[in-house]
Design a protein around this ligand. Structure first.
Ligand SMILES: CC(C)(COP(=O)(O)OP(=O)(O)OC[C@H]1O[C@@H](n2cnc3c(N)ncnc32)[C@H](O)[C@@H]1OP(=O)(O)O)[C@@H](O)C(=O)NCCC(=O)NCCS
Length: 179
């Protein structure tokens, strides 16, 4: 096990929000997300329908980023991976984190459906989700405006999901091991 895969999630505190906003507005991350106001993060830390976590990774469990789940009390048992933003990239932290979030969604929150949307330009995240068993449901065509890098146009949002029976099947095949 590499040190990058040592990973844990701890509930975000209001005192973590400077870190959260810094990571979210980093130019490496901004094109791939729609950043929130600090008050929206404060709401997500406090409101029980959300789970807001700091991702800690590596040998010393340094803060590596943050994740947000929404719909944790959804009567349809449809839980959303609202946001995942990590500073180390390409070292396996994203995969380890998505595995942990699936376990949380299906085992702890008893989700029937775990879903997310991802921008069309975000091929890195799409690959990760597809490899981790998320299925494309459809595309919200040209639903987000893109104005970075002197561009002014629209990108689509790809909706992807996993169902509880798909998760159980992957688990039976040993594809959902959490380190
Ligand atoms: C998207 C993100 C969470 C992925 O985490 P990560 O730690 O970089 O990803 P991992 O190292 O775990 O890689 C997992 C898979 O992603 C894909 N991937 C990783 N880096 C990639 C790259 N540069 N290009 C294409 N695919 C890539 C690969 O399929 C990889 O699997 P492999 O190692 O078997 O090839 C992270 O890069 C990030 O926070 N990006 C900015 C914010 C963002 O895009 N959030 C998601 C919004 S929907």
């Amino acid at each position: 096990m590499s040190s990058a895969q040592r990973l844990r999630l701890r509930p975000t505190l209001l005192s973590d929000l400077d870190f959260v906003v810094t990571v979210e507005t980093d130019s490496q991350n901004l094109p791939f997300i729609t950043p929130w106001e600090r008050t929206q993060h404060e709401g997500a830390v406090r409101i029980p329908d959300f789970r807001h976590f700091i991702v800690e990774a590596g040998a010393d469990y340094d803060a590596a980023g943050f994740v947000i789940l929404q719909g944790c009390r959804n009567p349809n048992r449809s839980v959303e991976l609202k946001r995942i933003v990590l500073q180390p990239k390409g070292q396996g932290v994203g995969r380890a984190c998505v595995r942990l979030l699936k376990q949380m969604a299906f085992r702890d929150l008893h989700a029937h459906r775990f879903w997310l949307d991802v921008k069309g330009l975000n091929t890195r995240a799409q690959q990760l989700y597809a490899k981790e068993g998320f299925v494309e449901e459809g595309r919200l065509r040209e639903s987000v405006r893109v104005t970075n890098d002197n561009a002014d146009g629209y990108d689509s949002l790809i909706v992807m999901s996993m169902l509880d029976r798909e998760y159980l099947a992957r688990q039976a095949l040993g594809l959902e091991d959490v380190r």
